[in-house]
Design a protein. Sequence first.
Length: 503
Amino acid sequence: MADTKREIERKYEGPAAEGGTGLPDLSGVAGVASVVDKGVADLDATYFDTPDQRLAAASLTLRRRTGGGDAGWHLKLPVSEGVRDEIRAPLADTVPRALASLVRSRVRDAELAPLVRLRSTRDIRHLVDASGALLAEVSLDRVRAERLGGGEGTVEWTEIEVELADDGDPAFLDKVEKKLRKAGLRRSTSSSKLAKALDETGERARKPAPEKDPVTAGDHVLAYLRAQYDAIVELDPAVRRDVLDSVHSMRVATRRTRGTFRSYGKILDRAVTDPIGDELKWLAGELGVDRDQEVLTERLTGALADLPRVLLTGPVRTRLRTWAHARRGGSRRRLIAVLDGKRYLALLTALDALVTDPPLLEAAAGDPAKVVAKAVRKDFAKVSDLVAQALDRPPGADRDQAMHDARKKAKRTRYASEAAAPALGGPAAGLVKSMKSLQSLLGDHQDSVMTREALRELATLAHAAGESSFTYGVLYGREEQRAAAVEAALPEVWEAIEGQTSV
């Protein structure tokens, strides 16, 4: 089993630490009632990475540590500056499977091997309030780092680390820092002990240099694609950990990428991007299994909650829970199997290759005000045609399908406009907002279509079990009314969008 701990800490260095004079007196920090000596711990940690240091380049650390109160395997995932999620697993000779899976989107088929060994003597103090509750742990760490792979040599240093107590107020760290600065300390220039060790004992894998401001049409499209690729890779551990909204966010990134391929086919060679787009469609489908069912269940649950009690007949809520559970059963395990599979890892490799060495066409060198704008206008024209088709058709299955097609095209136009916004400014940003509004309206209509299908299924199951199907019929009628309301609102909404669009 792996446990997660949110870690908020700051590291300090300077003559006051290197001089070995011990920890500064922190008893005067506001809110601190006493400073408790917790003794000295000897820590021995070996850090693992790929030969080309893929984890270090992404500011991830994976270590096996003995000594102290948390011996075991630790994987640290960056959240923001000074904030990391530490995933812990019991001590073992090899990397635990639970942690290996969380770095698979980075590591893929490469081997994880020892990179650096850090041995530290840690002098620990607890800052506590008047009730004895822990506010922060402060330690003086005397560190000796030995390079095991990709370099050579050793280095020694001393630093002070301040880690906020669980659920503590980050503002407290500012109070501690004020005291430490008065004692001659400054924030460490290294983000972690591993980063410092790599910098001072040999070559360190560098993060990609910040991209230059985009100039050409191709620059703008590639900047957007790189952001989506980074999102997919970075969200992988969150999806595996079932973090709230992570599956939906990854699915959106895959759709944005695929939509960009299709919208900007004059910039990127579709002979290369179409096969990758097919794989992205597959991945989005796998990611959507849970999400679509979750949305449907929430809609039905909300509809039942709004229904007067007199209209509830039979075990409707129980029937809904049973149905939802059966539809979701096994899908989580299936998703993890997908992320562990060769097909997904091959897709990541293909995307990596594409953003590193993009298949640019001649138009990529063109002026974005012309090339990118033309692509956006083309997508918008397709949305316009599909909305017109939907409005021309009578209510029923054909109109439902036309509205669904218009919604999908509105999404693609929105994504194309997002990529274009840095080049085109306000007009593209306005189109993003308009397409999002249209997408939401048409999405509500499509949700109603899917909900009515589910209600028919539920009513059939209830009837077969000898239960009343009355309530399902009531809900079905209400969904028909919601869909009709969307259809009635669409002409006015679309007229407003057309009047505001100026890309």
